[in-house]
Design a protein around this ligand. Sequence first.
Ligand code: GAL
Length: 405
Amino acid sequence: MIKKSIATILVVLMLGNLTNAQQNIPRPATPPMSWMTWNFFADNITESDIRDIADAMVSTGMLEAGYDHIIIDDGWQGGRDNKNNIIPDPKKFPSGIKALADYVHARGLKLGIYSDAAQLTCAGYTASLGFEDQDAKTFASWGIDYLKYDYCNAPADVEVAKERYKMMGDALKNSGRDITFGICEWGHLQPWLWGAEAGGHLWRTTDDVRDKWKRKDTDGGGEGILDILNKNLNLGKYAGKGKWNDMDMLVVGLYGKKGPSGDLGGVGCTDIEYQSQMSLWSIMSSPLTASNDIRNMNEETKRILMNKEVIAINQDALGNSALVTYQDEDILVLKKKLSGGDIALAILNKSDEKKMVDFDFTKLGLSGKYMIRDLWIFKDLSPSTKWKGDILAHETKLFKIKLAK
Ligand code: GAL
């Protein structure tokens, strides 16, 4: 009996140490890569849809390309049981979330879930305020790996936001499972300044991205790809390992689908614009969160979402984000320092016409000839001191450059 208690105490102590050690490692060390339910399904989600998506993540190569999370957004909740445990909607998830997590894990994927720092979520479902510890333990017991934590129905007061996020951040740390914590406060209260302290590993920096290039005066006011980019341009310095600026979902492949991304003027984008989003989100080190129907992707969408060289820029081990190197009314140049001394360079043509660009590397503080690889055509260009060429309207060129030997 005594021996058993001593053994138990030892195990508890060892586990305690392990948890502390894990807490010192910034997680996740590279921006999370996921597929998220919201833009495609809104709150009409079911376990069978998510199982199909899990299968498609494997069969399409999305998992192999690095998209290793499926995140269930708002709409899964079915209230609380008589012990106040949060439960899934029994019609949508008749087998329960644990069974779904097992299914997803068996395919090498992780499972994320959603809640909100108030009594009700944005779509009006049961949320976690006052039940942080209980819900975090429930999520852990189901095998959840990631929590997206929203801020609808909560006061627009930064002190309250810090407190509510920290309550859930602490609850996740004490849940007994390694759970990535995604703060979804839309950047209104500058979470890049306090999110890490609250236990967050990433934080949304903007309102929801809509499936469009940019906001128009007449279209209801939703944010397009360019608007989201502009809001993030000066936030790169706050990002790093385990503390990512989340520019919201990739709208790649949605093509104007009705639903959340189609509201407020989300009419769809061209493939050039989707490719720009992928380039820009990658160089800015935003989490990459696909939101299209990956069970039915055309070749262009696959080419854009699964470009491994572009993804490698996003996932670079240094964990830097891009900084603005040059900007005028039409052209934006972003630079990201990569491990091994290489540099990623994005040149965006914001204008509505094709532009000829002649970009000298001395503007990057570089001298000498550089090897330049165009990551969308997988081609090494001749070593040079500059890049010169045409860029289509709304196109982003993405290059990896290194000193020529
Ligand atoms: C919003 C959030 C969206 C989605 C939605 C669900 O606040 O920004 O990404 O999660 O709530 O209701």
